[in-house]
Design a protein around this ligand. Structure first.
Ligand SMILES: Nc1nc2c(ncn2[C@@H]2O[C@H](COP(=O)(O)OP(=O)(O)OP(=O)(O)O)[C@@H](O)[C@H]2O)c(=O)[nH]1
Ligand SMILES: [Mg+2]
Length: 359
């Protein structure tokens, strides 16, 4: 899973990226500090694999991962080449979800590109630039498809859909999945537009505003609802990223927070993308794997190795909580709470799974 970070210059994208990924990207108090995109991989915290690791006395605990891409800030007119332009948006076309960072902290020492902090205007600016970038891409696509449609009638429907999308973008709107059939939406969402990707917002607030929403955050929430807004203090996250688990929990408690910003971001991304984790456990490795909700057992097995999908026989599954209650795999089998599931079984979050296969 990949998440792309967008926003105006100097709003704290790279600071948040660094705190989340510990990747050590350059962040500094001037707009367009980031030129080349930064990519970082984060382990998804999951205490279940730690617990399983102890139960199985395992050699290795491997979390599932999430990738973040941090690009240059966008400004008004980026699609016409202002600032660093929108050339870096190509990197955002490949992501699964977009995290839009909005500055909601006051600090007169940190320059705001338009001179004042205004989440409402900032959002409009970025949204417009994203729409214009998509429009440019759709225009090119329409040109191509129009040519192809002359010889190939089957392309006419695609052309119609593209014209439809273009009309939506031109009126400043994101294409709405509810207005299309499932097949048509599959085509549209396959166009790699940024506007059709799931989006959530990160409100970058000062340390003092992490508990109560300040006026900027309230304004942002009202504007983007029902989309989710995660309040993060880049400064707090920076500090958290240098602490070990114990210190981290103590610091969070002191701040009156239940979870770190990273945990909240991952949680929202999972929900937004409809993802779940299934688990594998054994003396060699305990590991979490990410799949889309609705994934069937053989395809989940394919995440581990294509051979296991190809030669899938059955899955032997114990629900995590049941396994913990039983105390061991042998006990779970004895109690009959380990289920045998076939190729049509839909994987559930927390399924501790053993795949039987034959190639
Ligand atoms: N006071 C305060 N300063 C912050 C906060 N977050 C980031 N900054 C500062 O803002 C400046 C810009 O941060 P960056 O993370 O480089 O911003 P960016 O969005 O990546 O900027 P570009 O790469 O130029 O688009 C740095 O000097 C940060 O230390 C915050 O929550 N509070
Ligand atoms: Mg940056």
């Amino acid at each position: 899973m990949k998440i792309g970070i967008v926003g105006l210059p100097n709003v704290g994208k790279s600071t948040i990226f660094n705190a989340l990924t510990k990747a050590g990207a350059e962040s500094a108090n001037y707009p367009f500090c980031t030129i080349d995109p930064n990519v970082g991989v984060v382990a998804v915290p999951d205490e279940r694999i730690e617990v399983l690791g102890k139960m199985y006395n395992t050699k290795k605990v491997t979390p599932t991962t999430i990738e973040f891409v941090d690009i240059a800030g966008l400004v008004k007119g980026a699609s016409k080449g202002e600032g660093l332009g929108n050339q870096f948006l190509a990197h955002i076309r490949e992501v699964d979800a977009v995290a839009h960072v909005v500055r909601c902290f006051e600090d007169e020492n940190v320059v705001h590109v338009s001179g004042k902090i205004n989440p409402f205007d900032d959002l409009e600016t970025i949204d417009l630039e994203l729409i214009l970038a998509d429009l440019e891409m759709i225009d090119r696509r329409i040109e191509k498809t129009r040519k192809a449609a002359k010889a190939d009638k089957s392309k006419r429907h695609s052309l119609e859909l593209l014209e439809n999308v273009k009309a939506a973008l031109e009126s400043g709107k994101r294409p709405n999945p509810e207005e299309y059939s499932e097949d048509d939406w599959r085509f549209i969402s396959g166009l790699q537009m940024i506007c059709t990707k799931p989006v959530f917002y990160i409100a970058n607030v000062s340390e003092d505003d992490i508990n109560e929403d300040n006026a900027f955050v309230s304004e942002l929430k009202a504007k983007v609802a029902p989309a989710e807004v995660i309040k993060i203090s880049a400064k707090i996250e920076e500090e958290l990223s240098t602490l070990d688990d114990e210190e981290r929990d103590a610091f969070l408690e002191e701040l009156g927070l239940e979870t770190s910003g990273l945990d909240r971001v991952i949680h929202v991304a999972y929900r937004l993308l409809g993802l779940i984790s299934f688990l594998t456990a054994g003396p060699d490795e305990c590991r979490a794997w990410t799949v889309k909700k609705g994934t069937k057992a053989p395809q989940a097995a394919g995440k581990i190795h294509s051979d296991i999908e190809r030669g899938f026989i059955r899955a032997e599954i114990t629900t995590y909580d049941d396994l913990i209650a039983a105390g061991s795999e042998a006990k779970a089998r004895e109690m009959g709470i380990t289920r045998i599931e076939g190729k049509d079984y839909v994987m559930q979050d927390g399924d501790v799974t053993f795949f039987r296969f034959n190639v």
